[in-house]
Design a protein around this ligand. Structure first.
Ligand code: HEM
Length: 441
């Protein structure tokens, strides 16, 4: 009996914060709990709604945690050496108990993270959440820039991980990717040399990519993510909170009869009524515990289940061991760079003796222009305060439309590059068989 009572006490101690009995307990839960202390005491109803953020940022972070967890397990078994890397991945696939599951989950979570972070950026743009609204001291443009840093880190993390299995797919995807980057004028070749640790992909490249992948990039990402979250607190919550506060202010069109200065009505003169301009924060918000914490749990569970489900459905590929003397045709970059490879091909034009260098246009100039535009956009966008934190604001219609067109083009080129390109980068329907091409040595 006493044992049951003690077990109950321990469970209550561990779990009481999830089901507070009063407002005070809910507040205490946030302050006293190590994991929860970085949440605000109360969260606005708009931020909690599923249809505002689609919780994509939270999903991205859960995927990152899945990657860290499965990555640590993989580190016990993977050997970053040209001679042994492929063998250790093969062991993981076919010998180690549940090794295929760990590798598969790691791979699926990495692909999903790239897609989810991209969708999160699209959502932030379409809700105008990179702009400052009515909250004092906000600097949302800075958080947008931090977000762009997180996007680049996510891509680099995935790119560096791509090489590690040391199979043909890995070797040639990285060859194509780094060749595109080397087209940058002046610095391109030097950058490629530093990244690869030489002119060719070899042991130096593998160890560089490994250290970047397992230590340097995740640490920087974690640090930037912590800053990203801290900024959201400093900015007064998600942008939708500003919108709710603005709405509440607009509701108060008529002065509220809160105070009278007419000397208890004894004097004959008219009375003065003072309008209350304070926003009632309690009205549009609820305690973070349990409302926010419950939703985060749900998003976590759904994301983890999706990763496991997809891992069971799609087996991670492992081709023949990397062979620099056998060039596959076509050799494709990792899927998230295929839109660039597609543009490189389209913009490579031969006019007699003259060749217009597509790698420079598609691989360097275009992504650089898009990135600089993205950095600059929060400062260029002059739409009003009422457009911050709402989907498809009328005043932002044109810029939302242009942004969406760019995103649709990126997705369309990625799909074409992935499913519709065969040998010599010619167009094939997915169900069409490719002709057998003699292998290039
Ligand atoms: C590793 C990548 C990223 C992670 C883990 C992450 C995480 C988050 C989380 C958890 C939120 C809270 C709201 C939500 O769930 O949507 C958020 C908000 C935000 N994120 Fe990210 N983010 C990432 C990348 C990005 C990128 C690529 C951008 C834009 C270029 C961005 C810009 C923002 C902005 C401006 C907000 C505030 C949104 C608002 O006020 O409505 N983030 N992020």
């Amino acid at each position: 009996m006493q044992l049951i009572e003690s077990a109950r006490k321990i469970t209550r101690r561990l779990l009481w914060t999830w089901k507070p009995g009063s407002e005070k307990e809910a507040g205490d839960a946030v302050v006293k709990n190590l994991l929860l202390h970085w949440f605000p005491n109360r969260t606005s109803l708009g931020s909690l709604s599923w249809g505002y953020s689609f919780w994509l940022g939270t999903m991205a972070f859960v995927l990152f945690l899945v990657l860290v967890l499965t990555g640590i397990i993989l580190m016990f078994l993977y050997v970053p050496s040209v001679e042994r890397a492929y063998g250790s991945i093969k062991d993981l696939e076919f010998v180690v108990s549940f090794g295929w599951l760990m590798r598969g989950a790691h791979r699926i979570a990495a692909h999903l993270m790239v897609a989810v972070v991209f969708l999160h950026m699209v959502r932030v743009f379409l809700t105008g959440a990179y702009k400052n609204g009515s909250s004092v001291g906000a600097n949302r443009p800075l958080n947008w820039i931090v977000g762009l840093g997180l996007l680049v880190l996510t891509l680099l993390l995935s790119f560096t991980g791509y090489l590690l299995p040391w199979d043909q797919l890995a070797y040639w995807a990285i060859t194509v990717g780094t060749n595109i980057a080397s087209a940058a004028p002046l610095v391109g070749k030097g950058m490629r040399f530093i990244l690869l640790g030489g002119n060719e992909i070899g042991q130096n490249t593998l160890i560089r990519f490994y250290v970047l992948h397992v230590f340097f990039l995740p640490m920087v990402l974690l640090f930037l993510f912590a800053y990203h979250m801290w900024r959201i607190r400093k900015d007064g919550g998600l942008a939708v909170t500003d919108h709710e506060a603005l709405d509440q202010r607009l509701e108060e069109t008529a002065p509220v009869r809160t105070k009278t200065y007419s000397l208890l009505g004894i004097t004959g003169s008219g009375s003065v009524h003072v309008q209350n301009r304070m926003v009632d924060e309690e009205r549009n918000s609820v305690a973070s515990v349990p409302h926010l914490t419950r939703r985060i749990w749900l998003v976590t569970i759904v994301t983890v289940v999706a990763v496991i489900g997809l891992t069971l459905l799609v087996r991670a590929p492992l081709e023949a061991p990397a062979d620099p003397s056998v060039t596959p045709n076509p050799a494709k970059a990792p899927w998230y760079f295929l839109w660039l490879q597609e543009i490189v091909t389209i913009s490579t034009v031969r006019l007699g003796q003259l060749t217009i260098n597509g790698a420079l246009i598609g691989g360097i100039v275009l992504p650089a222009v898009l990135f600089i535009l993205a950095l600059w956009w929060p400062f260029r966008d002059r739409s009003g305060l009422h457009t911050v934190g709402i989907w498809f604001a009328r005043e932002r219609r044109t810029q939302n439309l242009v942004f969406l067109c760019i995103c649709v083009l990126i997705v369309a080129f990625t799909i074409v590059g992935t499913f519709f390109r065969g040998p010599y980068w010619t167009f094939y329907w997915p169900w069409e068989a490719w002709p057998s091409i003699p292998v290039k040595f």
